[in-house]
Design a binder for this molecule. Structure first.
Ligand SMILES: [Zn+2]
Length: 212
């Protein structure tokens, strides 16, 4: 007799059933860990501030084909090139690099070849499913993925990398997977559609503590 005893065969089958059970339980747990946070409602809107220097007035605008809720920021005085881009609110950096391609537009060559997408960009997770993103920056971001930033920390410089016609800051606020109307200092921007050109001016309240 060379075959295994019935007892051994039975214990092998039992071990296989246990293994299948453990794998199935792990799969269910894994799905739950991913899905449950996605179903959780978003937290309250953070008190976002304009992503530019305290006290400066900038034009916020959109144009047909931009995308609903997207905001382009241009300073109303002085050059846009190289102006500081600041965190709207405290959070954790989740993207800091190149989106699409850079192209070749810079202060020395403002009409250089256009890139694709967002160019040098940063994305911040503010918790409670809230995120902001900052596109077309001139140089590599000044922050790294995983870094904690405070409101007002500098992320980079205004530029025209990626698919950008002129130096400006493209900015978005997101709740969950959705873009939402941008709010600054608790006030909505009024930019909710890209059906027509629209601009509004706002003064930055992104000020160090104790300054207003
Ligand atoms: Zn834009």
């Amino acid at each position: 007799m060379t075959t295994g005893s019935p007892t051994t065969a039975r214990s092998r089958r039992r071990a296989l059933r246990v293994l299948v059970g453990v794998v199935a339980a792990a799969a269910v747990l894994g799905v739950a860990l991913v899905v449950v946070p996605m179903l959780r409602p978003a937290g309250p809107r953070p008190l976002f501030q304009l992503p530019v220097t305290c006290g400066e007035t900038w034009q916020l605008g959109t144009y047909p084909g931009h995308d609903d809720y997207d905001v382009d920021l241009f300073p109303i005085e002085g050059e846009a090139w190289g102006r500081p881009v600041l965190a709207s609110y405290a959070g954790t950096v989740t993207e800091a690099g190149i989106n699409g391609s850079l192209g070749g537009r810079n202060p020395e060559n403002p009409e250089g070849p256009r890139g694709r997408g967002g160019g040098y960009w940063v994305k911040i997770d503010h918790g409670g499913k809230w995120e902001t993103q900052y596109l077309h920056m001139l140089e590599p971001p000044l922050v790294k993925v995983g870094q904690q930033v405070a409101q007002g920390d500098q992320l980079g410089l205004v530029g025209s990398t990626g698919n950008s016609g002129a130096p400006h800051l493209h900015y978005e606020q997101r709740r969950g997977w959705e873009k939402v109307e941008t709010h600054f200092d608790g006030e909505p921007s009024g930019i909710t559609t890209d059906e027509r050109e629209y601009t509004v001016q706002r003064t930055s309240g992104n000020c160090p503590p104790g300054v207003s």
